[in-house]
Ligand binder design. Structure first.
Ligand code: SF4
Length: 716
């Protein structure tokens, strides 16, 4: 007779959300109660949460395995301080004393702006809010920015210019299958957020068309009705060429343009200077394919353009997104049901993280740090003199670039710029040149390894807080267990640091209390959270901002009546093609583009510590076309050296016909010799200050002996 062991007793399932990408999939956490914390750490199971509408229970491998990072041995479990060049464990009092000493010494010697903060797009709204307040009220520094500047800032800037407000998607994801045609530019969501792919497959199942624009034939592109494969960095020219065709072929919605937009004449003139044959020469996309895409989009009753990092992470990202918005506006595909432009946000709280004050030029709710009324409102909530608030500081790369000179001490919270910043070797040198570096993180990331003090922070399953997903839906991650001994929440860290630096009130450790203050700080602002409460989020599966009061239903769909500009009209962007900051030449003859793979997330600080994910994606690779491989005399698995003007990286070759023959691709999740960001170009967009991650010029050659093909293939 077969005996089965009794099932271990478990807590009731806690509804929460994935800690990783901007889809913020709903999930449940079930915790074993028999031995909550043995030597391996807590017994936590991720379970389906089918009622949450965004993912209806589906999770990708990253979400399914997220609990692995909660285990002992993977994570930090005590503060670390550097002595004699080596990090050693320390108590919290000693660690926090060192942090306050580090900031005080630098600020006394060099002034308030010598202290800097670098936050993250994965921080909850509460943390982002309190971090911004800590910078302005406690440190009194203008120098705070965050890694979200590297992700969504160009789309945000273009959104605000065109529509007067920046929310990634102005409609819920559930609208996508009901549009007539979706153009997806530079997103491989089949790999980056797999549960979202169903919205595109439902669209084509419903008879709609899907145009995917990407230099690589990705898994997303394979789903498309039409795939356009432009030269990296030419999305702006492509959008202008398509607008030219829309105008020339009579697809302009004149009534919509007249009633709901301004600035069309300048946009028309710019587009007419980008005739199709010229655009074909720039982009490599044949005119008939461009025309077919325009006919699908303009000929449909409704249409959407969705962009991601491909067109955005360019030194002209704001103009590029503006050009795609122009196409929507000219054809009447905005401000109407199932139509509009949207940005597919990347990081877990990429939306909320950019709304609540960790950006150098913003106060909570998208309030401007230079607007007297905005400063007065936020200062009133914070109980400080508006005059005491610093002005705008440096953007993310510009902040990292002056470390060790104008900024001498830095707090990094939830970010790993050693891997994720452009020109990463230079950024690493800058971090090493600091007088004092403190990093708060859940693991000993490559950036934490450089720190003078490392503070271990609680993880998503151990603390409650809100995030705002790519739809603008404010959701609640609920704690399922308490942090292990020796680990504190970031809110607790900020509370204790503020107290040690002389600000004994205003930094609560309870997230709901912080959220209540955030509601007041954002009341009346563009990103108005005043009517959102934790209870409402629980009851309603999230609430879309703006939501100005308790009786307001939230706003899933923006712009149906009017755009958020002063006159209610959307504004065309006046933009023209310009080349990438660095084009291939005789010395560096190829384009490099970078991105993500299915089983890793961002800098990989967490996912590289998960065995199952590492088996699926164990390391970097260089993707190149068979024609290029033949020209270089390279075979699958050969170790390649990729060199740019900023550095060199080595990784095995992965030969595939899915990429253009003038372009190589590297994923950016790894540190060390295969670090893709050793190569990337920090040329900045003049408006958004976004670095040009997506295109630079490189040289590729064989570096050494072959790597086993299995290793290369398993990384796909
Ligand atoms: S798609 Fe994104 S949010 Fe969903 S499980 Fe995967 S990483 Fe998490």
């Amino acid at each position: 007779m077969k005996h089965t062991a009794p099932a271990p007793e478990r807590t009731a399932v806690t509804d929460t959300h994935c800690p990783y990408c901007a889809l913020q999939c709903g999930m449940g956490l079930s915790v074993g109660t028999a031995a909550i914390r043995d030597v391996a750490g807590p017994d936590v199971e991720v379970v389906e949460r089918t009622a949450f509408p965004v993912n209806r229970g589906a999770l990708c491998g990253k979400g399914r395995t997220a609990a692995a990072v909660l285990r002992t041995g993977v994570r930090l479990s005590a503060p670390l301080v550097r002595d004699g060049g080596v990090l050693r464990e320390a108590g919290w009092d000693e660690a926090l004393d060192r942090v306050t000493g580090g900031f005080r010494t630098v600020q006394e010697k060099y002034g308030r702006d010598a202290a800097g903060i670098f936050g993250g797009g994965g921080l909850t709204n509460e943390k982002a809010y309190l971090l911004g307040k800590f910078a302005r009220v406690v440190l009194g520094t203008s120098n705070i920015d965050y890694n979200g500047r590297f992700c969504m800032s160009s789309a945000a800037a273009a959104h605000r210019k065109a529509f007067g407000i920046d929310r990634g998607l102005p409609f819920p994801l559930e609208d996508i299958p009901r549009t007539g045609c979706a153009i997806v530019v530079g997103s491989n969501l089949a790999d980056t957020m797999p549960p979202a792919l169903r919205y595109l497959t439902e669209l084509t199942d419903n008879g709609g068309s899907l145009v995917v624009i990407d230099p690589r034939r990705t898994r997303t592109a394979e789903q498309a009705t039409l795939h356009l494969q432009p030269v990296p960095g030419t999305d702006l020219a492509l959008a202008l060429g398509m607008l030219h065709l829309a105008i020339a072929d009579g697809h302009v919605d004149e009534a919509f343009v007249a009633e709901r937009t301004s600035g069309f004449e300048a946009a028309r003139a710019a587009a007419m200077a980008h005739w199709p044959e010229r655009v074909e020469r720039i982009t490599g996309v044949p005119v008939p394919e461009m025309r077919r895409a325009v006919e699908m989009f303009a000929g449909a009753a409704s249409g959407m353009v969705l962009t991601a990092r491909g067109p955005e992470q360019q030194s002209k990202g704001t103009d590029t997104v503006g050009a795609w918005i122009n196409l929507c506006l000219a054809t009447g595909k905005a401000g109407r049901p199932y139509s509009g432009y949207g940005c597919l946000t990347g990081q877990g709280n990429g939306q909320g993280g950019r709304e609540h004050g960790q950006k150098a030029d913003q106060l909570p709710g998208y309030r401007s740090i230079t607007d007297p009324a905005d400063r007065a409102h936020v200062a009133g909530v914070w109980g400080v003199d508006p005059e005491s608030l610093p002005g705008p500081g440096r953007s993310a790369y510009e902040l990292l670039d002056v470390l060790g000179s104008e900024v001498r001490s830095l707090l990094v919270m939830g970010s790993n710029p050693v891997v994720s910043a452009p020109r990463a070797a230079h950024v690493t040198e800058r971090l090493e040149s600091l007088d004092f570096l403190v990093v708060s993180d859940v693991v000993l990331s490559e950036t934490a390894e450089l720190a003078d003090v490392v503070l271990p922070s609680a993880q998503w399953a151990e603390e409650t807080g809100t995030t705002t997903n790519l739809e603008g839906r404010v959701i609640l991650r609920q704690a399922a267990l308490t942090p292990p001994p020796g680990v504190r929440t970031d809110l607790s860290t900020l509370h204790h640091l503020a107290a040690r630096l002389g600000v004994g009130t205003g930094f609560p450790t309870d997230p709901e209390t912080v959220f209540e203050e955030l509601r007041a700080a954002t009341a009346g602002a563009q990103a108005d959270y005043a009517g959102i409460t934790y209870d409402r989020i629980r009851r309603e599966d999230g609430v879309f901002w703006p939501c100005p009061d308790a009786a307001h239903p939230g706003t899933p769909r923006l712009f149906l009546e009017r755009f958020a500009t002063p006159d209610g009209r959307a504004r065309f962007a006046d933009v023209a093609h310009r080349p990438a900051a660095e084009e291939p030449d005789a010395e560096y003859p190829l384009y490099l583009t970078t991105g993500r793979v299915l089983a890793q997330y961002q800098s990989g600080a967490q996912t590289r510590r998960v065995e199952e994910l590492n088996r699926a994606a164990p390391g970097p690779f260089v993707e190149l076309h068979p024609h290029l491989a033949a020209r270089l005399g390279v075979s699958e698995g050969d170790l390649l050296a990729v060199t740019s003007r900023r550095g060199r990286a080595e990784a095995p070759a992965r030969v595939t016909a899915s990429i253009r023959s003038d372009t190589v691709f590297m994923p950016f999740h790894w540190a060390g010799a295969g670090r893709a960001n050793s190569l990337t170009n920090p040329a900045l967009d003049p408006t958004s200050r976004m670095p040009e991650f997506k295109v630079c010029a490189v040289r590729v050659e064989r570096a050494g002996s072959p790597v086993p093909a299995a290793v290369v293939r398993s990384a796909s």
